[in-house]
Write a protein that binds this ligand. Structure first.
Ligand code: HPA
Length: 262
């Protein structure tokens, strides 16, 4: 059973040389993933924007990506996001283990349960990020000397434009800590397939209006490397007995296995 790491901006370089690319066909299209070994365990790396960063947030095939990981036997995923800071409590370079999201996306294919042949289900997302993975990644990051906030709320916009300053003020008032463009529907799709999905965001800029211009900070390689190493450990050590990730489907009329694989 391989472990999966989904990387965003700038994570690909870490695995580029050690992992082998592979195309996985799914009923939703193809997913390009990378297979390799770390610590003697099998890992799948999925760069959600493509290795050359050519797929914009609203065009990512989230369903193909998550379905591909499922078909490879993945049960645990750690994902990372470069984000903007929505308030002064989380400055650029801060690292946050996410525990909630607020969804402002639109027009994205956001469910595997689309009615008809694909069945219907309502998915519980009280804990949208696996609490077991969240705890494990915080422990692993701290053990490596990385300062990490143990929880935070991710606001997902549709992008690809940045926010207006008024939007940033609104998102902060709603309880958002960081803002990005790719966290949803990735997390809820993983939950629909009852996989354990944890996520860590690292801020690369103050949100619009918190500074005169949006300035992306440099010098994040060390943080990314440590986050990656923490993922490798957290995926292997997390206790997931108490979480509800594997029993999330409610009121479901799922498709038959045959329909699911069609
Ligand atoms: N807004 C939305 N997405 C982002 C930002 C931002 O400020 N920074 C990095 N991803």
């Amino acid at each position: 059973m391989p472990y999966a790491i989904i990387g965003g901006t700038g994570f690909s370089r870490i695995v580029e040389n050690q992992f082998k690319p592979e195309l996985v066909r799914t009923p939703y299209g193809q997913a390009k993933i990378y297979l390799g070994q770390l610590d003697g365990a099998e890992f799948v790396f999925l760069p959600r924007h493509g290795v050359d960063h050519t797929i914009p947030p609203h065009k990512i095939n989230y369903r193909a990506n998550i379905r591909a990981l499922k078909s490879l036997g993945v049960e645990r995923i750690m994902a990372t996001f470069a984000v903007g800071s929505l308030h002064r409590g989380i400055p650029p370079k801060a690292v946050v283990a996410l525990d909630q999201f607020i969804d402002f996306t639109n027009g994205r294919e956001s469910t595997f349960f689309d009615g008809g042949k694909s069945g219907l289900a309502h998915t519980e997302v009280n804990f949208p990020y696996c609490p077991g993975l969240q705890t494990a990644v915080v422990v692993a990051a701290k053990a490596r000397g990385l300062e990490i906030m143990p929880k935070g709320t991710y606001v997902c916009t549709n992008g690809p434009r940045f926010e207006t300053p008024a939007e940033v003020r609104m998102y902060a008032q709603l309880g958002g800590d960081v803002v990005g463009m790719t966290g949803v529907p990735e997390a809820p799709l993983a939950r629909e397939l009852e996989m354990h999905y944890g996520a860590v965001a690292y801020s690369i800029n103050w949100g619009a209006g918190l500074e005169e211009k949006i300035n992306v900070v440099a010098d994040l390689e060390g943080i990314k490397q440590t986050v990656f190493e923490s993922f490798v450990v957290a995926l292997q050590t997390a206790t997931t007995d108490d979480c509800e990730c594997e029993s999330a489907l409610m009121m479901s009329h799922p498709p038959t296995q045959e329909e699911f694989n069609a």
